[in-house]
Ligand binder design. Sequence first.
Ligand code: G3P
Ligand code: MG
Length: 262
Amino acid sequence: MTYIFAHRGASKYAPENTMSAFKKALEMKADGIELDVQLTKDKIPVIIHDETVKRTTDGKGFVSEFTYNQLQNLDAGKWFSKQFSGERIPTLEEFLIWMKQTKLLLNIELKNTIMPYYGMERIVYELVDRHKLKDRVIYSSFNHYSLQELKQIDQKVEIAPLYSSGLYEPWNYVKSLSTDCVHPHWRTLHPAILKGFRDHDIKVRVYTVNDPKKVKWLCDQKVEAIITDVPDTTRAVADGSLLVKPTVIGNVFHKINPKSYF
Ligand code: G3P
Ligand code: MG
């Protein structure tokens, strides 16, 4: 059975990366949550996608220039709708405390490709460890050096490289990172690529898939998980209560000759 991960929470229905979006994802029966972490000036891991606060709050400036206390003055809900005004940027710790009362899995995406956030890996790892949630957490990042740093801290952590380009035989690269998990953008996929991952026992969690027909095809392909903004319809497709015709993903990679992989 394919797991459903709510991308930034149930971000179609509530402001992304807020406690409202996470609670909604739980209500919609997501198996897990994907969220993005940046560091404040005083090195507190906070949940926000962009390096700056402009798009998703009423403030402006880099997250790294705000202390945790200063960030709490920003409204992270009203840009989405008036109904959510007063929503705050959550800390990762606040999320972990809430998550403990649930059975949710967690995918922490370290947002450290633009800002280097020195020491972020250990800060986040120790926080998760302190809350005894190591077994329910998957770390992902577009910064694969950072994932290797996590492995050096604890070789048992589950790491998953994110990628969005047409990597050649990506299973070889994934194995070179000493992991058996990968988080590709759905556009990079192709039946032959998925077969390559399957043949190498690599768990594929695909982002960000909202179209029910693509969801259906990916479930038929037995991917490990789908990361989605709409956990309700994605759940319905996955459990068969919403019937749709599958759409095969893979046309954009027309230069791949699928036969060479079968
Ligand atoms: O982790 C999957 C996805 O969230 C990666 O891209 O930009 O939505 O964080 P982005
Ligand atoms: Mg993300």
